[in-house]
Ligand binder design. Structure first.
Ligand code: URA
Length: 254
């Protein structure tokens, strides 16, 4: 039987390192082996052991920090960590499979055999930087609102925005899911019909930038994420990915 002890966090541990018990399918998926559906089929097929015993219930509770979980005899902690930076093009979904058959970011990851997952989502029509990794601890850290990771976007608004409107974005505004934090906003230029601006936010709520602009009475015509934390888009080509350097990974984790 899997261990039933529940570990409590020591005070010196950062919050994102607290380990709790999870179901076996989730632990395998979070360890970067595959989706939960994949994990459930491996468990059902008897390929998974916990503390030396075959466990065929995907809902068994395990503590990955305490229990020795193996897939095909190999410990799941031995998985190599992979960190990618993808320049997501327009039209690609940030999901694994789309029932409607639309392209997903996984279609762009040729040559990567690790089970990486996107850190946060970009809308189908948003382009720009997307981090994908099998390091769930880092992923949780980056997506937690508490971490306040800075994300910078270039925005083309559907109309010219005046300074009061940009100040509203800067000050924090009421959205249906609560007030936004303060944002950094820089006007880049105005054309006859549009305003182009840069915005940096420290949250990652669903469609946040689009909803902020909509709350001003305008729409987002183009949205590009150009930075995540210390990582910039650089000369990465659209639709391509590269591995993050260990220095970049350290920068994201801090
Ligand atoms: N904000 C949005 O509105 N969409 C994104 O894809 C990312 C941030």
């Amino acid at each position: 039987m899997p261990a039933t002890r529940h570990k409590t966090a020591s005070r010196s541990r950062p919050l994102h390192k607290v380990v709790r018990r999870h179901t076996l399918d989730r632990v395998l998926s979070k360890a970067g082996f595959g989706s939960r559906t994949d994990a459930r089929s491996w468990i059902g097929a008897g390929r998974v052991t916990v503390n030396g015993k075959k466990v065929q219930s995907p809902d068994a509770w395990v503590d990955p920090a305490e229990d020795n979980v193996r897939l095909d005899g190999k410990p799941i902690t031995a998985r190599k960590k992979v960190y990618l930076l993808l320049y997501k093009p327009k039209g690609y979904l940030t999901t694994h499979r789309d029932p409607e058959g639309r392209p997903t970011v996984y279609d762009l990851l040729e040559g990567i055999d690790a089970w990486v997952v996107p850190v946060g989502r970009l809308d189908q029509d948003t382009t720009g930087l997307l981090v994908l990794t099998n390091d769930t601890e880092l992923g949780d850290h980056l997506t937690s609102p508490k971490s306040k990771v800075r994300k910078t976007y270039l925005v083309k608004a559907s109309q010219r925005l005046d300074e009061d409107q940009l100040n509203t974005l800067r000050a924090g505004m009421e959205l249906s899911d609560g007030p936004t934090r303060r944002a950094e906003v820089t006007r880049i230029r105005d054309s006859e019909k549009y305003t182009f601006f840069e915005i940096t936010i420290t949250e990652g709520r669903n469609r946040q930038v689009r909803r902020m602009v909509e709350a001003l009475g305008a729409k987002v015509l183009k949205l590009v994420r150009t930075r995540i934390g210390p990582i910039a888009i650089g000369d990465l080509e659209i639709g391509k990915y590269r591995l993050l350097t260990s220095e970049e990974v350290r920068g994201l984790a801090s």
